[in-house]
Design a protein around this ligand. Structure first.
Ligand code: OSB
Ligand code: MG
Length: 370
């Protein structure tokens, strides 16, 4: 398919409730919607980088610049028949994995639409609905945390993840575990601890958690391996895993026992698929993380999570947990068994609501092949 045009939309989406993590609190979420045109078809992708460099060094602003200045010129006016072709073209750009992933997602959508196949089929997914959970932000107090968790449990979520940070960890997690002794429960520190300060987390090992996600800094693979040796609860890496090579090295170093796969963080669905395959070969459980995506990125996450190695519930909640109005016509809802259906229409299987897109767009840019 010859890439005839690309358009970028910088979006600012109001969240239904503020989301607080160890790196900050947001009331809105920024992202970039990427549209590519070829052979009379349109494909969409979402670049998941947010406004601030809190979760990762990449931001929506840096992605916008890298897409505009480097990535789009590498693909515009050129023929592509597979995501591998895109990845090879991107090779000369170091880093900027979320920018690459957003553009690659649009190509997957386009290829699926051209072949009349869903993203799930293109990736080799084996499930038509996937187990999901909800990621609960840090609340004002342990009591407030309990209330919010109870609310999600009553909506049907059977797996809960609590965001933690130093001083806002043990009491909250113990309180939730006390109220829900059998619930699938896990915590996520978003790199808020050092090997020394993480000693405070040792009592979590008694709470029968599914996993402890990213306790230490992103580049602390070695210290994660030292910390994992102190815990019987599996450590799961998110921020630290940015490529299939890092996944292999982390496993060989015993820095983690579980991996959170986010296509955005690792440079695209093709890389996410490669990490899935590596972990599956080694019997390492993986699950699909999220970054508060719109309906576009959520569709992509659901397709990825339908692969056989995704044996733990994903951070893929219903649309109403994030946005009152989304940019897709489709809204995702929670089934009573704490699953969400994987889209089955060609490509991502979602369509853009033009009025919603216009409402949330704060900057726009388009490119055409000469
Ligand atoms: O660390 O998993 C994370 C959201 C934004 C950035 C990073 C993370 C998260 C979440 C929410 O935990 C996951 C979701 O529901 O999309
Ligand atoms: Mg995380």
């Amino acid at each position: 398919m010859n890439i005839e045009g690309v358009a970028l939309y910088y979006l600012r989406m109001p969240l239904v409730s503020p989301f607080e993590t160890s790196f900050g609190r947001s009331e809105t979420r920024d992202c970039i919607l990427i549209e590519i045109r070829a052979d009379g078809l349109i494909g969409y992708g979402e670049c998941a980088a947010d406004y601030d460099p809190g979760y990762s060094s990449e931001t929506a602003g840096t992605s916008w610049y890298i897409l505009q200045e480097f990535l789009i010129p590498l693909v515009l006016g050129k023929p592509f028949s597979s995501p591998t072709g895109f990845q090879n073209a991107f090779d000369q750009v170091r880093g900027h994995l979320m920018a690459k992933a957003g553009l690659e997602m649009a190509l997957w959508d386009l290829l699926g639409k051209a072949q009349g196949r869903s993203l799930r089929q293109l990736l080799g997914g084996v499930r038509d609905r996937v187990d999901v959970g909800v990621s609960v932000g840090i609340q004002a107090s342990p009591e407030a945390m309990l209330k919010v968790v109870e609310g999600y449990v009553s909506q049907g979520y059977k797996r809960i993840k609590l965001k933690i940070k130093p001083g806002r960890d043990l009491v909250e997690t113990q309180a939730v575990r006390h109220l829900f002794p059998d619930m699938r429960l896990q915590v996520d520190a978003n790199s808020a601890y050092t090997l020394e300060s993480a000693q405070a987390l040792l009592p979590l090992d008694e709470l029968n958690l599914l996993l402890i996600e990213q306790p230490l800094y992103e580049d602390d693979l070695w210290d994660h391996s030292r910390l994992q040796a102190q815990f019987s609860t599996p450590i799961c890496l998110d921020e630290s895993i940015t490529s299939p090579r890092h996944a292999r090295q982390a496993l060989e170093m015993k820095a983690c026992k579980v991996i959170n796969i986010k296509a955005g963080r690792v440079g695209g669905l093709s890389q996410g698929l490669a990490i899935h395959n590596l972990c599956r070969d080694r019997g390492v459980p993986v699950w699909c993380g999220g970054m508060l995506e719109t309906g576009v990125g959520r569709a992509s996450n659901l397709a990825l999570a339908s692969l056989p190695g995704f044996t733990l519930p994903g951070d893929i909640s219903a649309s109403d947990r994030y946005y009152l109005q989304d940019i897709t016509h489709e809204r995702f809802t929670l089934n009573p068994d704490s699953t969400i259906d994987v889209p089955s229409a060609p490509g991502l299987g979602v369509s853009i609501d033009p009025a919603a897109l216009e409402r949330f767009t704060i900057n726009q840019l388009s490119f055409s092949a000469k």
